[in-house]
Design a protein around this ligand. Structure first.
Ligand code: 6LW
Length: 521
Protein backbone atom coordinates (compact mmCIF):
# COMPACT_ATOMS: atom_id res chain seq x y z
CA UNK A 1 0.00 0.00 0.00
CA UNK A 2 2.83 2.38 0.95
CA UNK A 3 4.47 1.76 -2.43
CA UNK A 4 1.24 2.49 -4.23
CA UNK A 5 0.89 5.79 -2.35
CA UNK A 6 4.51 6.70 -3.14
CA UNK A 7 3.99 5.82 -6.80
CA UNK A 8 0.81 7.89 -6.83
CA UNK A 9 2.66 10.89 -5.32
CA UNK A 10 5.58 10.45 -7.74
CA UNK A 11 3.24 10.30 -10.73
CA UNK A 12 1.43 13.37 -9.56
CA UNK A 13 4.63 15.30 -8.92
CA UNK A 14 5.79 14.17 -12.32
CA UNK A 15 2.57 15.39 -13.82
CA UNK A 16 2.60 18.75 -12.06
CA UNK A 17 6.24 19.42 -12.66
CA UNK A 18 6.61 17.86 -16.11
CA UNK A 19 8.80 20.43 -17.84
CA UNK A 20 9.16 18.98 -21.29
CA UNK A 21 7.80 21.66 -23.55
CA UNK A 22 6.97 25.30 -24.15
CA UNK A 23 5.57 27.51 -26.89
CA UNK A 24 7.47 30.03 -29.00
CA UNK A 25 7.51 32.99 -29.27
CA UNK A 26 8.04 33.54 -25.55
CA UNK A 27 7.34 37.28 -25.97
CA UNK A 28 4.91 37.66 -28.89
CA UNK A 29 4.36 40.86 -30.88
CA UNK A 30 6.85 43.58 -31.77
CA UNK A 31 9.67 42.75 -29.31
CA UNK A 32 12.88 42.59 -31.36
CA UNK A 33 16.58 42.39 -30.54
CA UNK A 34 16.22 40.59 -27.19
CA UNK A 35 19.04 40.66 -24.68
CA UNK A 36 18.98 38.77 -21.41
CA UNK A 37 20.93 38.59 -18.14
CA UNK A 38 20.56 36.57 -14.95
CA UNK A 39 20.90 37.59 -11.31
CA UNK A 40 20.70 34.48 -9.08
CA UNK A 41 17.51 32.83 -10.37
CA UNK A 42 15.92 35.95 -11.85
CA UNK A 43 16.19 36.70 -15.56
CA UNK A 44 15.84 40.19 -17.04
CA UNK A 45 15.27 40.86 -20.73
CA UNK A 46 15.14 44.04 -22.85
CA UNK A 47 14.03 44.71 -26.42
CA UNK A 48 14.32 47.64 -28.82
CA UNK A 49 11.60 50.28 -29.14
CA UNK A 50 12.40 52.74 -32.02
CA UNK A 51 10.03 55.77 -32.11
CA UNK A 52 7.93 54.69 -29.11
CA UNK A 53 8.09 56.14 -25.61
CA UNK A 54 8.92 55.06 -22.95
CA UNK A 55 11.80 53.16 -24.52
CA UNK A 56 13.37 49.72 -24.06
CA UNK A 57 10.70 47.45 -22.53
CA UNK A 58 12.07 45.52 -19.56
CA UNK A 59 10.81 42.01 -18.67
CA UNK A 60 11.35 39.62 -15.76
CA UNK A 61 11.11 35.83 -15.66
CA UNK A 62 12.04 32.92 -13.45
CA UNK A 63 11.99 30.29 -16.19
CA UNK A 64 12.87 32.16 -19.44
CA UNK A 65 9.46 31.12 -20.82
CA UNK A 66 6.93 33.23 -18.92
CA UNK A 67 7.87 36.91 -19.01
CA UNK A 68 6.21 39.81 -17.22
CA UNK A 69 6.90 43.35 -18.31
CA UNK A 70 8.13 45.25 -15.25
CA UNK A 71 8.62 48.61 -16.93
CA UNK A 72 10.94 50.40 -19.33
CA UNK A 73 14.57 51.49 -18.97
CA UNK A 74 14.09 54.87 -20.65
CA UNK A 75 11.21 56.77 -19.09
CA UNK A 76 12.37 60.40 -19.17
CA UNK A 77 12.97 62.94 -21.92
CA UNK A 78 16.52 63.38 -20.56
CA UNK A 79 17.15 59.71 -21.42
CA UNK A 80 15.21 59.44 -24.66
CA UNK A 81 14.84 62.33 -27.06
CA UNK A 82 12.65 61.37 -30.00
CA UNK A 83 12.09 64.81 -31.51
CA UNK A 84 11.24 64.41 -35.23
CA UNK A 85 12.27 60.74 -35.01
CA UNK A 86 11.26 58.99 -38.27
CA UNK A 87 9.56 55.59 -38.20
CA UNK A 88 12.06 52.92 -37.13
CA UNK A 89 14.51 55.62 -35.97
CA UNK A 90 15.13 56.14 -32.27
CA UNK A 91 16.15 53.18 -30.15
CA UNK A 92 17.89 50.24 -31.81
CA UNK A 93 19.05 47.01 -30.17
CA UNK A 94 19.79 47.14 -26.43
CA UNK A 95 21.95 44.88 -24.26
CA UNK A 96 21.31 44.27 -20.57
CA UNK A 97 24.06 43.15 -18.21
CA UNK A 98 24.56 42.93 -14.43
CA UNK A 99 27.87 43.44 -12.67
CA UNK A 100 28.67 43.84 -9.02
CA UNK A 101 25.23 45.02 -7.87
CA UNK A 102 24.54 47.26 -10.89
CA UNK A 103 22.37 46.71 -13.97
CA UNK A 104 23.55 48.27 -17.22
CA UNK A 105 21.50 48.78 -20.38
CA UNK A 106 23.45 49.94 -23.42
CA UNK A 107 21.80 50.89 -26.72
CA UNK A 108 21.78 53.36 -29.64
CA UNK A 109 19.49 56.30 -30.25
CA UNK A 110 20.03 56.61 -34.00
CA UNK A 111 17.99 59.84 -33.95
CA UNK A 112 20.12 61.45 -31.24
CA UNK A 113 23.78 61.13 -30.30
CA UNK A 114 24.29 57.41 -30.93
CA UNK A 115 25.51 54.91 -28.35
CA UNK A 116 24.86 55.35 -24.65
CA UNK A 117 24.25 53.37 -21.50
CA UNK A 118 22.08 53.82 -18.43
CA UNK A 119 22.47 52.03 -15.10
CA UNK A 120 20.34 51.17 -12.07
CA UNK A 121 20.63 49.16 -8.87
CA UNK A 122 16.90 48.40 -8.89
CA UNK A 123 15.81 47.58 -12.45
CA UNK A 124 12.17 48.31 -11.52
CA UNK A 125 13.11 51.82 -10.42
CA UNK A 126 14.49 54.80 -12.31
CA UNK A 127 17.54 54.30 -14.49
CA UNK A 128 20.34 56.87 -14.67
CA UNK A 129 20.65 59.65 -17.21
CA UNK A 130 22.51 58.61 -20.38
CA UNK A 131 26.25 58.05 -20.30
CA UNK A 132 27.23 58.74 -23.93
CA UNK A 133 29.88 56.58 -25.61
CA UNK A 134 32.41 57.41 -28.30
CA UNK A 135 32.63 54.14 -30.19
CA UNK A 136 30.17 54.22 -33.09
CA UNK A 137 28.18 51.58 -34.97
CA UNK A 138 25.00 49.99 -33.63
CA UNK A 139 24.13 47.12 -31.28
CA UNK A 140 26.52 47.99 -28.43
CA UNK A 141 27.13 45.32 -25.82
CA UNK A 142 29.12 45.19 -22.58
CA UNK A 143 31.33 42.51 -21.08
CA UNK A 144 32.62 42.79 -17.50
CA UNK A 145 35.67 40.99 -16.08
CA UNK A 146 37.90 41.72 -13.09
CA UNK A 147 36.51 45.21 -12.61
CA UNK A 148 37.01 46.06 -16.29
CA UNK A 149 34.21 46.92 -18.69
CA UNK A 150 34.54 46.20 -22.41
CA UNK A 151 32.30 47.63 -25.12
CA UNK A 152 31.67 45.99 -28.49
CA UNK A 153 29.68 47.49 -31.39
CA UNK A 154 29.97 47.47 -35.19
CA UNK A 155 31.35 50.69 -36.72
CA UNK A 156 32.21 50.29 -40.43
CA UNK A 157 30.62 46.82 -40.58
CA UNK A 158 33.21 45.23 -38.32
CA UNK A 159 32.95 44.30 -34.65
CA UNK A 160 35.11 46.72 -32.63
CA UNK A 161 36.20 46.33 -29.01
CA UNK A 162 37.41 48.88 -26.50
CA UNK A 163 37.54 49.27 -22.76
CA UNK A 164 35.39 51.97 -21.15
CA UNK A 165 34.58 53.47 -17.79
CA UNK A 166 30.84 52.65 -17.67
CA UNK A 167 30.10 55.42 -15.17
CA UNK A 168 31.62 58.26 -17.21
CA UNK A 169 31.64 56.80 -20.72
CA UNK A 170 35.34 57.57 -21.08
CA UNK A 171 36.99 55.29 -23.64
CA UNK A 172 40.10 53.81 -22.02
CA UNK A 173 41.62 51.93 -24.99
CA UNK A 174 41.49 52.55 -28.76
CA UNK A 175 38.74 50.75 -30.68
CA UNK A 176 40.13 47.55 -32.16
CA UNK A 177 38.56 45.59 -35.02
CA UNK A 178 38.18 42.02 -33.76
CA UNK A 179 35.95 40.13 -36.25
CA UNK A 180 33.79 40.81 -39.27
CA UNK A 181 32.03 37.47 -39.30
CA UNK A 182 31.92 34.77 -41.95
CA UNK A 183 31.24 37.02 -44.93
CA UNK A 184 27.54 37.62 -44.39
CA UNK A 185 26.23 41.15 -44.82
CA UNK A 186 25.67 43.35 -41.73
CA UNK A 187 27.86 41.80 -39.01
CA UNK A 188 26.01 43.10 -35.92
CA UNK A 189 24.52 42.19 -32.54
CA UNK A 190 27.88 41.25 -30.96
CA UNK A 191 28.05 39.78 -27.46
CA UNK A 192 31.09 38.42 -25.60
CA UNK A 193 30.94 35.50 -23.15
CA UNK A 194 33.69 33.58 -21.37
CA UNK A 195 33.65 29.80 -20.96
CA UNK A 196 36.41 27.25 -20.33
CA UNK A 197 39.04 30.02 -20.62
CA UNK A 198 37.77 30.93 -24.12
CA UNK A 199 36.32 34.30 -25.04
CA UNK A 200 33.36 33.70 -27.35
CA UNK A 201 32.14 36.45 -29.68
CA UNK A 202 28.65 35.76 -30.97
CA UNK A 203 27.20 38.00 -33.70
CA UNK A 204 24.44 38.09 -36.32
CA UNK A 205 24.91 38.31 -40.07
CA UNK A 206 22.67 38.50 -43.11
CA UNK A 207 20.53 41.42 -41.98
CA UNK A 208 17.23 41.20 -40.17
CA UNK A 209 15.40 39.34 -42.93
CA UNK A 210 15.14 35.82 -44.37
CA UNK A 211 18.96 35.39 -44.61
CA UNK A 212 19.50 36.22 -40.94
CA UNK A 213 21.89 33.96 -39.02
CA UNK A 214 23.89 33.72 -35.82
CA UNK A 215 27.62 32.96 -36.01
CA UNK A 216 30.28 32.61 -33.35
CA UNK A 217 34.06 32.86 -33.00
CA UNK A 218 36.46 32.35 -30.10
CA UNK A 219 39.86 33.43 -28.83
CA UNK A 220 42.05 32.94 -25.77
CA UNK A 221 42.36 36.75 -25.56
CA UNK A 222 39.51 39.18 -25.36
CA UNK A 223 40.92 41.35 -28.16
CA UNK A 224 41.57 38.38 -30.47
CA UNK A 225 42.57 36.94 -32.81
CA UNK A 226 39.13 35.32 -33.08
CA UNK A 227 38.63 32.09 -35.02
CA UNK A 228 35.19 31.25 -36.43
CA UNK A 229 33.33 28.08 -35.55
CA UNK A 230 33.71 25.60 -38.45
CA UNK A 231 30.02 24.73 -37.91
CA UNK A 232 28.77 28.32 -38.37
CA UNK A 233 26.02 29.43 -38.51
CA UNK A 234 24.76 28.09 -35.19
CA UNK A 235 21.22 29.36 -35.86
CA UNK A 236 19.51 30.15 -39.17
CA UNK A 237 16.26 29.42 -41.00
CA UNK A 238 17.60 30.27 -44.46
CA UNK A 239 18.32 26.65 -45.35
CA UNK A 240 16.10 23.91 -46.76
CA UNK A 241 15.57 22.32 -43.32
CA UNK A 242 13.58 25.41 -42.24
CA UNK A 243 12.01 26.30 -45.57
CA UNK A 244 8.48 25.46 -44.40
CA UNK A 245 9.02 26.60 -40.82
CA UNK A 246 6.39 29.19 -39.74
CA UNK A 247 9.26 31.04 -38.03
CA UNK A 248 11.65 32.92 -40.32
CA UNK A 249 14.48 35.44 -40.06
CA UNK A 250 16.03 33.97 -36.89
CA UNK A 251 18.95 36.04 -35.64
CA UNK A 252 20.07 38.75 -33.23
CA UNK A 253 20.62 36.46 -30.27
CA UNK A 254 21.94 36.54 -26.72
CA UNK A 255 23.02 33.64 -24.47
CA UNK A 256 22.45 33.08 -20.78
CA UNK A 257 23.46 30.33 -18.37
CA UNK A 258 20.76 29.34 -15.88
CA UNK A 259 21.57 28.58 -12.26
CA UNK A 260 21.39 24.84 -12.96
CA UNK A 261 24.16 25.10 -15.60
CA UNK A 262 21.85 24.83 -18.61
CA UNK A 263 22.43 27.33 -21.42
CA UNK A 264 19.74 29.15 -23.36
CA UNK A 265 19.50 31.49 -26.31
CA UNK A 266 16.99 34.28 -26.85
CA UNK A 267 16.73 35.53 -30.43
CA UNK A 268 14.42 37.42 -32.71
CA UNK A 269 12.45 36.01 -35.62
CA UNK A 270 9.21 36.77 -37.43
CA UNK A 271 6.12 34.79 -38.42
CA UNK A 272 4.99 35.33 -42.03
CA UNK A 273 1.18 35.21 -42.00
CA UNK A 274 -0.15 36.30 -45.40
CA UNK A 275 2.07 34.83 -48.10
CA UNK A 276 5.52 36.01 -47.12
CA UNK A 277 4.22 39.09 -45.29
CA UNK A 278 4.65 39.50 -41.54
CA UNK A 279 2.92 42.13 -39.44
CA UNK A 280 3.63 41.48 -35.77
CA UNK A 281 7.18 42.72 -36.08
CA UNK A 282 10.12 40.70 -34.93
CA UNK A 283 9.31 38.72 -31.80
CA UNK A 284 11.34 37.10 -29.00
CA UNK A 285 12.00 33.35 -29.17
CA UNK A 286 13.80 30.93 -26.84
CA UNK A 287 16.00 27.92 -27.65
CA UNK A 288 18.02 25.49 -25.54
CA UNK A 289 21.75 25.44 -26.14
CA UNK A 290 23.99 22.42 -25.66
CA UNK A 291 27.40 23.67 -24.72
CA UNK A 292 29.84 20.94 -23.74
CA UNK A 293 33.18 21.69 -22.11
CA UNK A 294 35.64 23.18 -24.60
CA UNK A 295 33.12 22.73 -27.40
CA UNK A 296 31.18 25.15 -29.57
CA UNK A 297 27.55 25.86 -28.61
CA UNK A 298 24.81 23.97 -30.48
CA UNK A 299 21.38 25.60 -30.67
CA UNK A 300 18.41 23.26 -30.27
CA UNK A 301 20.26 20.36 -31.89
CA UNK A 302 20.24 21.52 -35.52
CA UNK A 303 20.31 25.32 -35.41
CA UNK A 304 16.58 25.78 -36.01
CA UNK A 305 13.69 26.49 -33.66
CA UNK A 306 9.98 25.74 -33.71
CA UNK A 307 6.70 27.08 -32.33
CA UNK A 308 6.17 23.97 -30.20
CA UNK A 309 9.44 23.25 -28.40
CA UNK A 310 9.55 19.72 -27.02
CA UNK A 311 12.62 20.05 -24.82
CA UNK A 312 13.29 19.87 -21.08
CA UNK A 313 12.87 23.32 -19.53
CA UNK A 314 13.68 25.07 -16.28
CA UNK A 315 11.01 24.53 -13.60
CA UNK A 316 8.17 26.57 -15.01
CA UNK A 317 6.48 29.29 -12.98
CA UNK A 318 2.73 29.37 -13.47
CA UNK A 319 1.66 32.05 -15.90
CA UNK A 320 -0.11 35.06 -14.46
CA UNK A 321 -3.47 35.28 -16.15
CA UNK A 322 -3.50 37.88 -18.90
CA UNK A 323 -6.11 40.56 -18.39
CA UNK A 324 -8.35 40.88 -21.44
CA UNK A 325 -10.31 44.01 -20.42
CA UNK A 326 -8.75 47.28 -19.33
CA UNK A 327 -11.27 49.52 -17.57
CA UNK A 328 -9.08 52.64 -17.34
CA UNK A 329 -10.11 53.15 -13.71
CA UNK A 330 -6.73 52.54 -12.10
CA UNK A 331 -5.30 55.98 -12.82
CA UNK A 332 -2.15 54.49 -14.31
CA UNK A 333 -1.92 52.38 -17.44
CA UNK A 334 0.10 49.17 -17.58
CA UNK A 335 3.62 49.15 -19.06
CA UNK A 336 2.34 47.64 -22.32
CA UNK A 337 0.94 51.07 -23.30
CA UNK A 338 3.29 53.41 -25.14
CA UNK A 339 3.23 56.78 -26.89
CA UNK A 340 4.61 57.99 -30.21
CA UNK A 341 7.76 60.05 -29.65
CA UNK A 342 7.85 62.24 -26.52
CA UNK A 343 4.23 62.65 -25.39
CA UNK A 344 2.59 65.78 -24.07
CA UNK A 345 1.27 64.41 -20.74
CA UNK A 346 -1.46 67.07 -20.42
CA UNK A 347 -3.32 65.41 -23.34
CA UNK A 348 -3.82 62.12 -21.45
CA UNK A 349 -6.04 61.71 -18.41
CA UNK A 350 -7.82 58.91 -16.61
CA UNK A 351 -11.05 60.34 -15.24
CA UNK A 352 -12.85 59.60 -11.97
CA UNK A 353 -15.61 57.98 -14.09
CA UNK A 354 -13.04 55.39 -15.16
CA UNK A 355 -12.47 56.54 -18.72
CA UNK A 356 -9.29 57.29 -20.62
CA UNK A 357 -9.65 60.88 -21.82
CA UNK A 358 -7.56 61.99 -24.78
CA UNK A 359 -7.43 65.59 -25.86
CA UNK A 360 -7.49 66.17 -29.63
CA UNK A 361 -4.64 68.29 -31.02
CA UNK A 362 -3.79 69.41 -34.57
CA UNK A 363 -0.95 66.85 -34.71
CA UNK A 364 -1.94 63.97 -36.97
CA UNK A 365 -0.80 60.37 -37.16
CA UNK A 366 1.11 61.16 -40.35
CA UNK A 367 3.22 63.88 -38.67
CA UNK A 368 6.74 63.22 -37.33
CA UNK A 369 5.58 64.60 -34.02
CA UNK A 370 3.68 63.32 -31.02
CA UNK A 371 -0.04 63.05 -31.78
CA UNK A 372 -2.40 62.22 -28.93
CA UNK A 373 -1.96 58.48 -29.36
CA UNK A 374 -1.52 55.61 -26.97
CA UNK A 375 -1.03 52.05 -28.16
CA UNK A 376 -0.26 48.46 -27.29
CA UNK A 377 1.17 45.73 -29.47
CA UNK A 378 -0.81 43.28 -31.58
CA UNK A 379 0.57 40.08 -30.09
CA UNK A 380 -1.46 37.44 -31.91
CA UNK A 381 -2.19 36.85 -35.59
CA UNK A 382 -5.81 36.03 -34.63
CA UNK A 383 -7.23 38.61 -32.23
CA UNK A 384 -10.23 40.77 -31.42
CA UNK A 385 -9.87 44.26 -29.98
CA UNK A 386 -12.73 46.54 -29.01
CA UNK A 387 -13.28 49.83 -27.30
CA UNK A 388 -15.98 52.35 -26.57
CA UNK A 389 -15.58 55.91 -27.89
CA UNK A 390 -17.37 59.15 -27.03
CA UNK A 391 -16.19 62.27 -28.88
CA UNK A 392 -17.14 65.52 -27.17
CA UNK A 393 -16.83 69.32 -27.67
CA UNK A 394 -15.58 68.69 -31.18
CA UNK A 395 -15.22 71.09 -34.10
CA UNK A 396 -15.89 69.99 -37.68
CA UNK A 397 -13.41 67.28 -38.82
CA UNK A 398 -12.11 66.55 -35.31
CA UNK A 399 -11.93 62.80 -34.87
CA UNK A 400 -11.06 60.03 -32.43
CA UNK A 401 -10.97 56.27 -32.53
CA UNK A 402 -8.79 53.24 -32.96
CA UNK A 403 -5.99 52.60 -35.43
CA UNK A 404 -4.14 49.54 -36.70
CA UNK A 405 -0.83 51.31 -36.88
CA UNK A 406 2.39 50.17 -38.52
CA UNK A 407 3.88 53.63 -38.85
CA UNK A 408 2.94 57.21 -39.71
CA UNK A 409 2.41 56.39 -43.39
CA UNK A 410 0.71 53.01 -42.99
CA UNK A 411 -2.38 52.61 -40.82
CA UNK A 412 -6.08 51.73 -40.92
CA UNK A 413 -8.28 53.94 -38.72
CA UNK A 414 -11.85 53.53 -37.46
CA UNK A 415 -13.05 56.84 -36.01
CA UNK A 416 -15.96 59.00 -34.95
CA UNK A 417 -15.73 62.28 -36.84
CA UNK A 418 -17.46 65.56 -36.15
CA UNK A 419 -19.59 66.80 -39.05
CA UNK A 420 -21.31 70.18 -39.58
CA UNK A 421 -24.63 70.88 -37.80
CA UNK A 422 -23.76 68.92 -34.69
CA UNK A 423 -23.75 65.66 -36.64
CA UNK A 424 -21.24 62.87 -36.16
CA UNK A 425 -20.26 60.01 -38.44
CA UNK A 426 -18.28 56.80 -38.29
CA UNK A 427 -15.42 56.82 -40.79
CA UNK A 428 -13.19 53.95 -41.90
CA UNK A 429 -9.98 55.39 -43.30
CA UNK A 430 -6.87 53.82 -44.82
CA UNK A 431 -3.49 55.48 -45.21
CA UNK A 432 -1.04 53.49 -47.32
CA UNK A 433 1.99 55.49 -48.33
CA UNK A 434 0.75 58.38 -50.44
CA UNK A 435 -2.73 56.84 -50.70
CA UNK A 436 -5.15 58.51 -48.29
CA UNK A 437 -8.51 56.80 -48.66
CA UNK A 438 -11.92 57.00 -47.00
CA UNK A 439 -13.46 53.57 -47.37
CA UNK A 440 -16.80 54.15 -45.66
CA UNK A 441 -18.69 56.90 -43.88
CA UNK A 442 -21.81 56.13 -41.83
CA UNK A 443 -23.79 59.09 -40.44
CA UNK A 444 -24.89 58.63 -36.83
CA UNK A 445 -28.45 59.38 -35.89
CA UNK A 446 -27.49 60.56 -32.43
CA UNK A 447 -24.35 61.57 -30.59
CA UNK A 448 -23.20 59.22 -27.87
CA UNK A 449 -21.05 56.28 -27.09
CA UNK A 450 -19.97 54.11 -30.04
CA UNK A 451 -18.27 50.74 -29.75
CA UNK A 452 -15.59 49.79 -32.26
CA UNK A 453 -14.24 46.34 -32.91
CA UNK A 454 -11.29 45.12 -35.00
CA UNK A 455 -10.79 41.46 -35.76
CA UNK A 456 -7.50 40.28 -37.17
CA UNK A 457 -6.70 37.06 -38.97
CA UNK A 458 -3.89 36.03 -41.32
CA UNK A 459 -5.17 37.91 -44.32
CA UNK A 460 -7.64 40.55 -43.14
CA UNK A 461 -8.49 43.16 -40.57
CA UNK A 462 -12.28 43.37 -40.20
CA UNK A 463 -13.81 46.58 -38.82
CA UNK A 464 -17.18 46.71 -37.05
CA UNK A 465 -19.20 49.09 -34.88
CA UNK A 466 -22.12 48.96 -32.47
CA UNK A 467 -24.21 51.54 -30.68
CA UNK A 468 -25.57 49.25 -27.96
CA UNK A 469 -22.32 47.51 -27.00
CA UNK A 470 -23.41 44.18 -28.50
CA UNK A 471 -24.69 43.92 -32.06
CA UNK A 472 -21.55 44.68 -34.03
CA UNK A 473 -22.09 45.47 -37.70
CA UNK A 474 -19.26 45.03 -40.15
CA UNK A 475 -18.16 48.20 -41.94
CA UNK A 476 -15.31 46.89 -44.03
CA UNK A 477 -12.31 44.63 -44.21
CA UNK A 478 -8.85 45.27 -45.53
CA UNK A 479 -5.89 43.05 -46.38
CA UNK A 480 -3.26 42.67 -43.71
CA UNK A 481 -0.36 42.54 -46.19
CA UNK A 482 -0.45 46.23 -47.09
CA UNK A 483 0.57 47.04 -43.52
CA UNK A 484 3.25 44.34 -43.36
CA UNK A 485 6.94 44.99 -42.81
CA UNK A 486 7.60 43.73 -46.34
CA UNK A 487 5.26 46.41 -47.75
CA UNK A 488 5.99 49.33 -45.45
CA UNK A 489 9.65 48.68 -44.61
CA UNK A 490 11.02 49.32 -41.16
CA UNK A 491 11.78 47.42 -38.00
CA UNK A 492 8.57 47.79 -35.98
CA UNK A 493 5.31 45.79 -35.77
CA UNK A 494 1.60 46.53 -35.60
CA UNK A 495 0.39 48.62 -32.69
CA UNK A 496 -3.28 49.01 -31.78
CA UNK A 497 -3.66 52.66 -30.97
CA UNK A 498 -6.30 54.93 -29.44
CA UNK A 499 -6.03 58.48 -30.71
CA UNK A 500 -7.67 61.88 -31.15
CA UNK A 501 -6.90 64.61 -33.67
CA UNK A 502 -8.29 68.03 -34.40
CA UNK A 503 -8.21 70.33 -37.41
CA UNK A 504 -8.43 73.49 -35.33
CA UNK A 505 -5.79 74.60 -32.84
CA UNK A 506 -8.45 76.22 -30.66
CA UNK A 507 -10.65 73.10 -30.52
CA UNK A 508 -11.41 71.73 -27.06
CA UNK A 509 -12.36 68.33 -28.42
CA UNK A 510 -11.72 65.33 -26.28
CA UNK A 511 -12.67 61.68 -26.35
CA UNK A 512 -13.52 59.27 -23.58
CA UNK A 513 -12.58 55.61 -24.05
CA UNK A 514 -14.49 53.52 -21.54
CA UNK A 515 -12.53 50.27 -21.86
CA UNK A 516 -10.17 48.41 -24.15
CA UNK A 517 -10.58 44.68 -24.79
CA UNK A 518 -7.89 42.56 -26.37
CA UNK A 519 -8.37 38.86 -26.88
CA UNK A 520 -5.74 36.92 -28.79
CA UNK A 521 -5.32 33.26 -29.65
C1 6LW B 1 19.28 46.05 -34.94
C2 6LW B 1 20.08 45.08 -35.68
C3 6LW B 1 18.97 44.32 -36.19
O1 6LW B 1 19.96 47.08 -34.33
O2 6LW B 1 18.01 45.17 -36.56
O3 6LW B 1 17.99 42.26 -36.32
C4 6LW B 1 18.36 46.42 -36.03
N1 6LW B 1 18.95 43.06 -36.12
O4 6LW B 1 20.91 44.30 -34.93
C5 6LW B 1 17.16 47.13 -35.55
O5 6LW B 1 16.38 46.29 -34.76
Amino acid sequence: MRNIILLFIALNIGYIYAQESYQNPVIPGFHPDPSVCRVDDDFYLVTSSFEYFPGVPLFHSKDLIHWTQIGHCLTRFSQLKLTNCPPSGGIYAPTIRYDNGVFYMVTTNVSDKGNFLVHATDPKGEWSDPVWLNQGGIDPSLYFEDGKCYLVSNPENCINLCQINPMTGEQLTPSKKIWNGTGGRYPEAPHIYKKDHWYYLMISEGGTEYGHKVTIARSRHIDGPYTGNPANPILTHINANAQLNPIQGTGHADLVEAKDGSWWMVCLAFRPQSGSHHLLGRETFLAPVRWDKNAWPVVNGDGTISLQMNVPTLPQSPETKKITRIEFNKGKLGPEWVYLRNPKPENYLTTSEGTLRLKATPIHLKDLDSPTFIARRQEHIFFTASTSVKLQDAFVNDKAGITVFMNNHSHYDLVVEQKPDEEQAIVLHYRLGSLDHIEKEIPLTEKGEIQFQIRGDKDFYTFSYATNGKAFQEIGKMNTRYLSSETTGGFTGIMLGLFATSETASSNAYVDFDYFDYLGK
